[in-house]
Design a binder for this molecule. Structure first.
Ligand SMILES: Nc1ncnc2c1ncn2[C@@H]1O[C@H](COP(=O)(O)OP(=O)(O)OP(=O)(O)O)[C@@H](O)[C@H]1O
Ligand SMILES: [Mg+2]
Length: 330
């Protein structure tokens, strides 16, 4: 059977900006695929092309078996979209928003009320269905948008940053809905996120996108195990080439990646590596500001492929051991 979503050398340029720069995707039916990348990576642009709202500069794409350029109406009938920016009518109630959308998508009248009831129940909005959306919290709006995206029973659902800006508890609720939809209704899903732990927790497979290109792809556990070791992050004052060279020469160090104000190392047996790393930095004339150890996360995968962090705060999100050792200047 054909893939649910596929692209070949997909490109979208805005003037000089290469928003999407040759993306090849293949998402299976029933798969929950995560598109992970920093701000401006090209996630929304890709989703906009796949949902027929935007034409690519070049390349091809098909969704639910139909070409997005030659069969846009067949694609639209089979997809649901939850936009990155809220797109509900604030003045209408939650239920009225659902009815409006059902009419737009020509959901048969006989099924309409029943389906709206089911979906509102699924996202726990039955009690608040008659309140106006402007009285909803951010999490309630997100849940309503999710329910609305499912009204016409789509085969493929695109979720652009489904949990952006929500508190952790609400995020977890949304994750549950997404999982249930995928498991119980078999909806193929492509979601974008720049939350590492979201991609890790939800997705069967992840593509990491940076500057319009997919830099890594695989299951979360494959991606992490490709790193093949513990990760030591050293912040060094006055870092220079000599420090990196000294670290590269250590027998237990597998890779060294230079970053802003420091280096990231993949090592065997991180706990015993730490004192040796500190000695090596000092001997090479560097001053260790802090050093931390952790098991591989998707963030490390991202750093390895791009030399940058996706988002600073996500570094703290994973449970891990951490050492901070301050060293005074002599
Ligand atoms: N309509 C537009 N006109 C010009 N440039 C655009 C337009 N839309 C997007 N871009 C540029 O294309 C690049 C990719 O943007 P896109 O919105 O796809 O990123 P994203 O990965 O969704 O980012 P975010 O995480 O911030 O939502 C960015 O450099 C952006 O400035
Ligand atoms: Mg976006």
């Amino acid at each position: 059977m054909a893939a649910a979503i596929s692209t070949q050398r997909l490109v979208k340029h805005y003037g000089d900006v290469k928003a999407v720069d040759g993306v090849d995707l293949s998402v299976e039916r029933g798969e929950l695929y995560g598109f992970l990348g920093p701000n401006g990576a090209g996630k929304t642009t890709t989703i906009s092309i796949l949902s027929t709202m935007l034409k690519p500069t070049s390349g091809a794409a098909s969704v639910a078996g139909f070409d997005v350029l030659t069969r846009p109406y067949d694609v639209r009938r089979r997809i649901g979209i939850v936009f990155q920016d809220p797109s509900l009518d604030e003045e209408l109630t939650g239920r009225e928003n659902m009815v409006f959308h059902a009419r737009l998508y020509k959901v048969p009248r006989a099924q309409r009320d029943r389906r709206i009831d089911d979906l509102l129940a699924m996202v726990d909005l039955v009690d608040r269905q008659h309140s106006r959306v402007k009285e909803y919290s951010g999490g309630m709006r997100r849940r309503l948008e999710l329910a609305r995206g499912l009204l016409h029973d789509p085969e493929v659902l695109f979720l652009d940053e489904p949990t952006l800006g929500l508190d952790p508890q609400t995020r977890n609720h949304i994750w549950d809905y997404i999982r249930r939809l995928n498991q119980e209704r078999g909806v193929t899903m492509m979601l974008t996120t720049h939350y590492m732990e979201e991609a890790d927790a939800l997705c069967h497979r992840i593509g990491i996108i940076d500057k319009g290109r997919i830099v890594a792809e695989g299951t979360p556990s494959d991606l992490k195990s490709q790193l093949g070791g513990d990760v030591v992050h050293v912040k060094v004052q006055a870092a220079n080439g000599a420090v990196a060279d000294a670290l590269k020469a250590l027998p237990f160090v597998r890779t060294v990646t230079a970053m802003n104000a420091g280096v990231q190392l993949e090592v065997q047996h991180g706990e015993s590596a730490i004192p040796k790393v500190m000695d090596a930095v000092r001997e090479a004339g560097g001053v260790v500001e802090s050093i931390s150890l952790k098991k591989p996360t998707l963030n490390d995968v991202f750093v390895k492929h791009t030399g940058r962090e996706i988002r600073e705060e996500d570094m703290d999100a994973q449970g891990r051991m951490r050492f901070f050792m301050r060293h005074r200047r002599r």
